[in-house]
Design a protein around this ligand. Structure first.
Ligand code: MLT
Length: 265
């Protein structure tokens, strides 16, 4: 797995397969391994690139506040370092979707098509901002376990909790292995992010929106409204899945992405 140096910072990025590139951008506070089922499947037909965002996975720890546009600029630099010049299919989950709006704004020429999983376009409510600030504090004081306690109950569908306990363990591991400073920095960045609703009707690339039927954080109704505002959008609701649909029902998500890529190259 290549290690990439960008402005003195080390990034880790999974890079496999050949063909049209797909850029997989993980959610918070996770790492690229959340895309395991997609990476295995799509590396047979595409070049799949899945970086660990700054502060996460094997990429360097980061502190302070990381704005969504900073993550987006990092991704563009990772693509440059990997010699990817052609437009990619950008596929982001949740925070990976928030970063996607900034990637479109700042590096739109790099996006050939867009896949957004379990995410939203709206900014945080004042209540959500307060929750994020409290969690940032709790993590700094008490360690990353505080993020496990806060996030885990909201991430997975009931059926996943009962039938796929290994996913609970995988998610827990990703979170506890993340440095508290990095978790807090991303929380502050998400709290600061701007509303992206007004850019939806300007999106000109083919777009696929995927959401778990039982997603408690970014519910299907909210994502359906996002889809309705994008000119060339397809909306897929994934059964037996919550917020982590690519992990919880990988087969259905891969099937939806396969259909989208077949139609859109
Ligand atoms: C994520 O999955 O990236 C987070 O749940 C996003 C968020 O907290 O808004």
């Amino acid at each position: 797995m290549p290690t990439i140096q960008i402005n003195g910072m080390t990034f880790n990025a999974y890079d496999a397969g050949q063909g049209a590139p797909i850029l997989f951008v993980h959610g918070f506070p996770l790492d690229h391994t959340m895309w395991q089922q997609q990476l295995e499947h799509f590396s047979k037909t595409h070049r799949v690139i899945a970086p660990d965002l700054r502060g996460f996975g094997q990429s360097d720890v980061t502190a302070g506040t990381v704005e969504m546009h900073k993550f987006a600029d990092d991704l563009a630099a990772v693509l440059t370092a990997l010699d990817v010049d052609e437009p990619v299919c950008y596929c982001g989950l949740s925070m990976g979707g928030y970063i996607g709006w900034e990637f479109l704004r700042r590096h739109g020429e790099r996006v050939g098509s867009l896949i957004l999983c379990d995410t939203k376009a709206a900014a945080d409510t004042p209540q959500a901002i307060e929750g994020r600030m409290k969690l940032a504090q709790a993590v700094i004081e008490g360690g990353s376990e505080a993020a496990v306690e806060a996030m885990m109950p909201k991430l997975l569908a009931e059926s996943t909790l009962q039938r796929q306990p290994h996913l609970v363990e995988h998610i827990r591991r990703m979170i506890v292995n993340t440095d508290p400073e990095s978790i807090a920095a991303a929380l502050r960045g998400m709290a600061n992010r701007r509303d992206s609703t007004d850019m939806l009707d300007k999106i000109a690339v083919p777009t696929l929106l995927i959401v778990g039927q039982h997603d408690a954080l970014t519910p299907p109704d909210e994502m359906r409204k996002v889809a309705e505002r994008i000119r060339d959008a397809r909306f897929v609701e994934v059964p037996e899945a919550g917020h982590m649909s690519p992990m919880e029902n990988g087969a259905a998500v891969n099937n939806a992405i396969d259909g989208f890529l077949t139609k859109n190259g």
